[in-house]
Design a protein. Sequence first.
Lengths: 287, 321
Amino acid sequence: MSDARILDRGYRRYEGRRSGVTGAVRSVAWHTARSILGIGRSGRHKVFPIIVLVIAFLPALGFLALTILIGDLLQGELRPDYWEMFGFSFFPTLLFTALVTPEAIVRDRSNGMFPIYLSTPLTRPTYLVAKVIAVLGTMAIIVLGPPLLALIGYTFQNLGPDGLANWVWVLVRLLGAGLVIAGLYTSVSMAAASLTRRRAFASVAVILLLLGLSIATNLLVETADANTNLLLLDPLGLPLGMAPRVFGETGDEYTGVSTLAMASACAGWITGGAVVVAARYRKLAAV
Amino acid sequence: MTTGARSPRDDGVVHVIEASGLTMQFGSQRALDAVDLQVHSGITGLVGANGAGKTTFMSIALGLRPATAGTIRVLGLDPRTQGHELRAHLGYGPERNQFPDDMRASDYVKHLAEVRGLPRDEARGRASDALWLVGLGEERFRPLGTMSTGQRQRVKLAQAVAAAPSLVLLDEPTDGLDPVQREEMLALIRQISREYGIDVLLSSHLLEEVERICDQVIALDAGRLVANGRLVDLIGADEGVVVELVEVPDRPRAAEAVAARLRARGLHVRDDVGSRLEVIGPDAGLVADAVRDAIADEGARLGRVVRRRRRLEDLFAGASR
């Protein structure tokens, strides 16, 4: 006679440990990051993140391939600095910021998840922390992924920084510059997305804010000879202009603008975005 | 890790909900007016018309907004200061029928169980169990956007109970359901409370529904507490009759006069439908005798008499007079 049995598990009480606020934040952040990248969703939701990732990594992979294949012939001529890699992922980062990031918070308000989340151990602030972690984390893949890939690739080709200390120092500066870029874009996109229930409106708002201000300030500086400090109001170019400063170089566009002013402006943009999001969510009805 | 919320079923001392002087003021509008109440284990109906204060009460109980004045404890915890700890032991089914349409039911329930603190494997197993419990076992891998209103209401119930809460707050859980689906939903709620030991606070504007499954009632009207207690104590075993008088030209105000005589004898009378009176008293025979005497004394003409039990709506009718 067989030992097989049919077990009716039924509904059981759970008396074990609960992970509390930390677990709730982790779970929402992980779920949101997967959702942004289209993981666990239908095919059409995966298309755009894949396109963005391909565009972001293609230049770094191209330079790496050239270095591996004909590196001896080029003798480092075509090899960009690490911080220049951030510029190559500028377009995919903009696409991601405008079209993918708003999904992280707009969706919860239109599909009823926000009030349900607030009926769990999450509060409005911890909910937003989870969302920031998810957006920042996924954006960091696009912003930091290519330069980190280049660093690792060059290192394996014996073209990386000399010695462990230098290597770690480059890594730290890469992470710092990448986090400033990802942090500023995250803050701006979340602020725009917090103001509307429609993802399309949020995307348009992000594009207008980033591109509109960037075009306006650059036109004023270049054609009307306005003070170069006006470029601090350009949220699109500012964090990319910070990248060479982190590596001890000046870059081209922000000549005449002090590093302290640029760092303060970056902090101002990030704080401003956070204040808008916090103010908006403080008023948002949950039940 | 969260601990500290006590299930009243495990501890006879703690009330599920206990409020004292609970007041909520929105500008010049008082949404809750010095509400004192106690809720024991079982199914409790939170009833009242739109704007009565039900949603405000629920949001305070969930710890989503602090009361202007007064105190409230839910499962022995203060929602204002111990909200996250409390909510780990609560389930909540919102009124709005909105879902992430492209998400599968099993993923949705599992994710929310995880957010409420369950380990991933436990959440996966319990999500499946909860969906089988509400009758969606075979449908659990379907995207929520492809489900009917009835199935979505069941998914809401499943996500509310999947993390093994001590108390579930359900906001209009039968909204949009046809009579058969409504019956099934009420049976499920009854099962969850009776068989699985989960206390339920059920917000509804359908008094008949609340009467059928609730052990206790919180009745609110314009922010004031109309009644709170066990249903059997509130509507009791009182019985009565519905009397329809025939209007005759020589006795133009007979119904009013009969109603006045019956009230004078201490009976509860509703006379809001022309010459139709609902008369409630402690005993059907006593009520029938009183009705007979009043009709005879006023010279009214009797059309029809139907026996009737006292109902929850009588509480509101009494309070509004």
